[in-house]
Ligand binder design. Structure first.
Ligand SMILES: [Zn+2]
Length: 451
């Protein structure tokens, strides 16, 4: 019992939903019956005028794009030039690097020889200190000899004052100091120690003189070595300064090329800026075109508002691609733009054929009057058909248009061949339905089954 009841409810629901679906089109279209499609002469002139301005903009866009393409060539040349100069600079740099290595290795040699010279200098210093020490010792020894003499002098005075006159005369008659000492020793017996001491002291002075001589010879040897080292350093330094000279030549050449490079980069920069300016200009023109499109849409919306043609409406719509392998590639509503990837609302359905869309016949969804058949930067070659009742359909990206403005068309008539003109990634039919100028979901008016 319960199962039967559920079956009944379900079948009732299904009937309702089928009825609802089949009523959508008649209900929507029945809202404004009994009026004629009217585009006033004035509106037609306005639209004509706007189209002329759009065509002028199209020419400007073409012109600017030509300039942009020419600039692209200049930029590519300039970039190639800059990279060639960069290559030359790198080449110079690698040569300079090699020279720098040579210079620093020579510097290493010079430093090592210099440290040997420093060691020799220290040796000389130490020997000179020894010589100095010897000189002091010599002076001291001489002083000691002086002291012995002055002591003798004192004792001689005593002999002179208290001894016999003949002894004094004999001593004064001595020819030299040694015979004086011998005589003094013989007469008084007091000078034997003094004589020995003076001999010892004199021996010491002689020894020191020999040592000093030896030291001086050592210093001479060391000075010879030092001179050899200095000669080595001079040779190394000459080599080094030769290498430094070639390095500065290379650096001068590198500097020249660096100047050329920076000039070229400035030029490239200004070309880039110019290119950006042209791109902005193209964007501006396209915006202006879009604004004109909106203006035309507004005029048409106002013109069609409240007018209608009962017969076409009652027939309902058919799908613009009347092929068995047709499918919807993009639905009405939010989506990521297929070219920029940015989120954007798509106010249409895109439809394609599995067997390929390019060149397929595009059929009028319903009878009506062609109000637009032209080219647009975004839509490519496109057609708008006014069906009355404020309803219009749009077919975009065609490869070829077969109808012209003002022409009456029957439902199912081939109005164009499908293509990929305008802002597209591939061939498809972009199909819009507009109600009083408002873009609405086409699937509320027509389904894939209507073919
Ligand atoms: Zn589309």
């Amino acid at each position: 019992m319960k199962a039967d009841f559920m079956k009944k409810v379900l079948s009732l629901l299904m009937v309702f939903s089928i009825m609802a679906a089949s009523f959508i089109i008649p209900v929507a279209f029945a809202s404004s019956v009994n009026e004629e499609t009217t585009i006033s002469k004035e509106d037609e002139e306005k639209i004509e005028n706007i189209r002329d301005q759009q065509a002028a903009l199209e020419d400007k866009i073409k012109e600017t794009e030509d300039k942009l393409n020419a600039l692209k060539g200049d930029i590519a040349k300039q970039e190639a030039y800059v990279s060639e100069l960069t290559g030359q600079i790198d080449n110079y740099q690698s040569k300079i690097d090699v020279l720098n290595k040579n210079i620093s290795s020579l510097q290493g040699n010079i430093d090592s020889v210099q440290s040997q010279i420093n060691t020799l200098d220290k040796e000389i210093e130490s020997i000179e200190a020894d010589i100095n020490h010897n000189q002091i010792e010599t002076i001291n020894t001489q002083q000691e000899i002086e002291d012995v003499y002055s002591d003798l002098k004192e004792r001689l005075c005593e002999i002179y004052m208290y001894g016999s006159a003949s002894t004094v005369e004999m001593l004064l008659g001595c020819e030299n100091f040694s015979s004086f000492l011998i005589l003094l020793e013989l007469t008084s017996g007091i000078a034997e120690n003094d004589s020995a001491m003076i001999d010892t002291l004199n021996d010491r002075i002689a020894q020191i003189a020999v040592l000093t001589e030896e030291y001086n010879l050592m210093i001479e040897d060391i000075e010879v070595k030092k001179d050899e080292h200095k000669k080595q350093i001079a040779v190394l330094e000459e080599k080094q300064s030769e290498i430094e000279a070639s390095r500065s030549e290379l650096q001068a050449s590198q500097d020249k090329i660096t100047d050329l490079q920076s000039t070229a980069m400035n030029k490239l920069d200004s070309l880039d800026k110019q290119s950006d300016a042209y791109k902005k200009l193209v964007k501006k023109y396209e915006d202006e075109q879009a604004a004109f499109d909106r203006e035309i849409e507004k005029i048409l919306a106002n013109a069609s508002h409240g007018s209608g043609d009962v017969e076409t409406v009652e027939d309902g719509f058919i799908w613009p691609l009347q092929y068995s392998d047709v499918y919807i590639s993009s639905y009405f509503g939010g989506r990521n733009d297929p070219i920029t990837g940015k989120y954007k609302t798509h106010y249409a359905v895109d439809t394609c054929c599995w067997s390929g869309t390019l060149g397929k016949n595009v059929s009028a969804a319903a009878s009506g009057t062609v109000i637009t058949a032209t080219r647009h930067s975004m839509y490519g070659y496109y057609v708008i058909i006014d069906h009355g009742n404020g309803i219009a359909t749009l077919y975009a990206h065609n490869s070829k248009l077969l109808v012209s403005e003002g022409q009456k068309v029957k439902q199912g008539q081939t109005i164009s061949y499908a293509g990929a003109t305008g802002y597209v990634k591939g061939a498809h039919v972009h199909f819009e339905v507009r109600v009083n100028g408002q873009k609405v979901n086409p699937l509320n008016y027509v389904s894939l089954n209507s073919r």
